[in-house]
Design a protein around this ligand. Structure first.
Ligand SMILES: [Zn+2]
Length: 466
């Protein structure tokens, strides 16, 4: 018989003598996955040697975790990854708001029902995705939100305040037998931190002054910005002590990981039947812009520069290339250097400028990131003395006009007229594809300009290299 078809407590008892706690369940599944060489936390990139082993350790030990990291370091991915360690379904007492363990219920209603109905009580099976309760901490989160409050309806039905069955449960009890994730923990008011601590440590709660003993079975994972967490007074010491494992996340240590994350997370833009191809140098420039931002003295590093900056700019640059394709009737969506401008609105909102840099406008800072990133990627690709024949052509009076809206075919004259350009383009993309060739030509010209080999002027929204 399929165990998940069981509907009555009496049947369940024949299959289970003991129901594993959340920690036991996660640990058992983790051990099984490691033994079977199943991949763990597949969607987490760049954490194989740092964060993932620490999480595994914490689960093995049944530790409550605090994840410390700047924004966009995959904290919610970690939490979703933890849910993979849950059983697909677990049995609960039907109708219980806190998913009571059928063999050992803790809420007053279930305890009462078991006395009345005994083994005839009904069982529900809940899927793993219903066992996560996530909350963003803010200063106005109340004890009622988190722990619970007296339910006025139940009181009006004649129950008394000190009757445990008159409680309306908050988020933590509702995460019973699952995972409670609280983000930005230091933003929680001190009083609420105390309440959370009591649940974790003493397993008791106080609701409107009435103590309620409720031995919850819940795994707690919190997250915080590392500076906020360590700064004095933001977190009450006893609560800090209750987090047994402190796990520090980080941004990708190299650009290829940043690119992998970008490709994994970007939303797929519907291309109206067109095909797209994004040259590697474009991806590298977008990722490098974020890497540069994380090291820029003009940008506040307190909250960090999220991987979302790279992801959203990837989407934006494809959007810009798609617009061109539709306007010009081209068939292939290939972003160019002149499309990078279209990413600025997506990036700007993800940066906080330093106070000292206030006299510099956000736009200037982002433009400089783009220039620096393009130069870095260009220098990795070419040495300017390999491109002397191209530079000479310009010295001899050739000019080139580029812009977001010029058809790709118009770039191709350059391939014939400028010796060496075709070879340089070939080293980057498929030269037979007009749109790819146009994109590569822009990259080479801009790179030479940033290396002080070509002049660049702006003319009616177009750029002229001389
Ligand atoms: Zn219950």
């Amino acid at each position: 018989m399929d165990i998940e078809k069981i509907r009555k407590l009496s049947e369940l008892r024949t299959h289970y003598k003991h129901m594993p706690t959340v920690r036991e369940e996660m640990r058992n599944n983790l051990i099984r996955m490691i033994t079977n060489k199943q991949p763990l936390f597949r969607d987490l990139k760049g954490y194989d040697d740092t964060v993932i082993p620490q999480i595994i350790n914490a689960i093995m030990c049944g530790h409550n975790m605090i994840i410390l990291g700047e924004r966009g370091q995959g904290k919610s991915r970690i939490i979703r990854g933890l849910m993979d360690l849950f059983d697909e379904y677990i049995p609960v007492l039907a109708g219980c708001p806190i998913h009571d363990n059928p063999l050992n219920p803790v809420c007053a209603d279930c305890k009462k029902n078991i006395v009345i109905h005994g083994d005839d009580l009904l069982i529900d099976w809940i899927p793993r995705d219903r066992r996560l309760v996530e909350k963003l901490a803010t200063s106005d989160v109340s004890t009622a939100d988190l722990i619970g409050e007296v339910d006025p309806i139940k009181i009006s039905e004649g129950r008394t305040l000190d009757d445990e069955t008159s409680i309306h449960f908050g988020l933590v009890p509702r995460a019973n037998r699952g995972l409670f994730a609280i983000n930005e923990l230091p933003d929680l008011a001190e009083k609420i931190q105390v309440a959370l601590f009591n649940v974790m440590e003493e397993r008791d709660m106080q609701i409107k002054g009435f103590p309620v003993r409720l031995p919850l079975d819940v795994m707690i994972v919190a997250s915080a910005n590392p500076e906020d967490y360590t700064s004095r007074g933001r977190i009450i010491t006893p609560l800090k002590d209750r987090f047994d494992a402190q796990i520090k996340t980080h941004y990708p240590k190299d650009r290829s990981i940043e690119i992998e994350i970008m490709e994994q997370e970007a939303r797929h833009l519907p291309l109206n039947g067109l095909k797209s191809s994004v040259p590697l140098f474009i991806k590298e420039i977008l990722a490098e812009m974020t890497l540069q931002a994380r090291n820029s003295p003009d940008i506040s590093q307190h909250s960090g520069v999220s991987c979302r900056a790279t992801i959203r700019s990837y989407e934006a640059i494809l959007g810009s290339a798609l617009r061109r394709c539709l306007e010009l009737g081209e068939k292939k969506v290939v972003p160019r250097i002149t499309d990078i401008e279209a990413t600025f609105p997506s990036i700007a909102g993800k940066l906080e400028l330093e106070y000292g840099g206030k006299d510099r406008k956000e736009g200037e800072v982002v433009e400089e990131l783009a220039r620096r990133a393009t130069k870095v990627v260009f220098d990795e690709q070419f040495k300017t003395d390999e491109l002397t024949s191209i530079i000479n052509s310009f010295n001899n009076g050739i000019g080139a006009v580029v812009s977001q809206s010029i058809p790709s075919a118009e770039y191709l004259d350059g391939l014939k007229n400028i010796p060496g350009l075709k070879d340089a383009v070939k080293s980057l993309v498929n030269v037979e594809c007009q749109a790819e060739a146009a994109s590569a030509i822009e990259f080479i010209l801009e790179g030479l300009h940033l290396s002080n080999k070509l002049n660049k002027e702006t003319l009616n929204g177009k750029f002229v290299y001389k």
